[in-house]
Design a protein around this ligand. Sequence first.
Ligand SMILES: Cc1cc2nc3c(=O)[nH]c(=O)nc-3n(C[C@H](O)[C@H](O)[C@H](O)COP(=O)(O)OP(=O)(O)OC[C@H]3O[C@@H](n4cnc5c(N)ncnc54)[C@H](O)[C@@H]3O)c2cc1C
Length: 392
Amino acid sequence: MKSNYDVIVVGAGPAGSIAARTAAEQGLDVLLIEKRQEIGDPVRCAEGTGKMGLSQFIEPDPRWICAEVTGARIFAPDGTCIELNEKLAGKEVGYVLERKIFDRAVAKTAARAGAEVQVKTQATSLIKENGVVCGIKGKHRGEDFEARAKVVVGADGIESKVGKWAGINTTLKPKDIETCAQFLVTDIDIRADSCDFYMGNLRAPGGYVWIFPKGKREANVGLGMLGSRFTGKHPIDYLHEFMAWKFPEGKIIETVVGAVPASGMLKQLSTSGLVLVGDAGRVSDPITGGGIYNGMVSGRIAGNVLADAIKANDLSVKKLQRYDREVREALGKQLDRNYKAKEFVVKAEDSLMNSVARSLHGVNFEEMSVPKLLKEIITRNPSMFLELAGLF
Ligand SMILES: Cc1cc2nc3c(=O)[nH]c(=O)nc-3n(C[C@H](O)[C@H](O)[C@H](O)COP(=O)(O)OP(=O)(O)OC[C@H]3O[C@@H](n4cnc5c(N)ncnc54)[C@H](O)[C@@H]3O)c2cc1C
C-alpha cells in the first residue's frame, strides 16, 4: 500500500465500490479499503433491487442473481392482498441478489478500472490539517498505517464513523432507524416470482415483514421495525412468531441482523476533503429500506465530482458541494416524499391499513411504484387527501 493517493474510499459496499470505480475510470489514483476480510460477507440485506437501476452499473450475471421477480404482493393485517405486477406491462421488475457474490463483483469492477483494493484494512481516524481532511489512519492486517489523499470518501455504511470524525452530524434518531432481523429459510412454499410484504402492528409495529424469494423453495424472510415503536420485544422475537404462523416447516439456514437508515439523506454530505456516499450519507429509501441502487447512484456522482475537482486542482468546499447538489437532484425528491410517507404509515392503525387495502383490492397495478400506489390510495380514499396530498 502506498502512502499517497488522489482518493481513498473507506468501505467496499456497493456505494464505495462504484465511487472507487468511477474515480479510477477517470484516471485518478484510488485506494478502496474494506475492514472485513471478505467483501460482501456477512450479508446485511434482503437483497432485492430493481432490474433497470442495477443494469446502469453492472452487466447482470447469473452468478449473483438468485431470482427474478415480476411483482409484489402487499398483505394488510386482515389478509387483504394488493398485487403489483409489472409483467402485465411487459417488463420484469427486479432481482433478488446473492450479495456475497454481487458486492465482490462490483468491487472487482473497481479493481479492473485501476483502483487498489485492500481488505482487512480499517480506517480508525482521519488525518486533518487546518480543518481539512487529507487522509486516514488505520489498521492494515493488524499493522498501523497512514495514507494521505486529496479527498476521502466515507462509504462505511449505516455504522459510519467517517462522517462524524470529519465533523458532520450523522446521528440518527431512533424513529429513523429501521432495526431488522432476517432468516434465510429453505424448503418452504413461496411464490418464486414475487416479493411479498405483510403489514400490521401485531406482526411488525411501525414496519413490515418481507419474503424475498431466493429460489423456488427458498427465501429471505425478514422484518424491520422503527426504533420509536420498540415495545421491549425485539425484531427477532416478532420474526420467530411470523415463522411459526407462516412457515412452521421452514428450515432456517442463516440469520441476519442489521439496520437501515430511514431518515432521508443527511443535510450535509460533504466537507473540506471529504464526501459521504451510500448509507453513510443516509441515502437509502425511508419507506422501502432499499439502499443498493441509491448508494450506487451517490457513489457514481461522487466519483465524477471528485475527478472534476481534482483535475481542476480545486478542492474547495464550494467545489465539493456540487456533490451535495447533484445527489439531492438525483434522489432528494423521492427520499423526501418517501420519508413523509413513512411517517404516515408508521402511525397507521391496523383498521386503516385494512380499509385502504380493501379499497385497492382488485386494482390492476401495472407498475411497482410508490407514487402510483399513493395516488391510487388518495383517489379511492378522498378522506385521506389532506394527509397524503402533501407527499407530491
Ligand atoms: C436486513 C436488511 C435488509 C435490507 N434489504 C435491502 C434490500 O432488499 N434492497 C436494498 O436495496 N437494500 C436493502 N438493505 C439496505 C442495504 O443493505 C444498504 O442500503 C446497502 O448495503 C448500502 O450500501 P453501502 O455501500 O452504503 O454500505 P454497506 O453495504 O453497508 O457497505 C459498507 C462497508 O464499509 C465497511 N466499513 C465500515 N467501516 C469501515 C472502516 N472503518 N474501514 C473500512 N471499512 C469499513 C463495512 O464492512 C461494509 O462492507 C437492507 C439492509 C438490511 C440491514
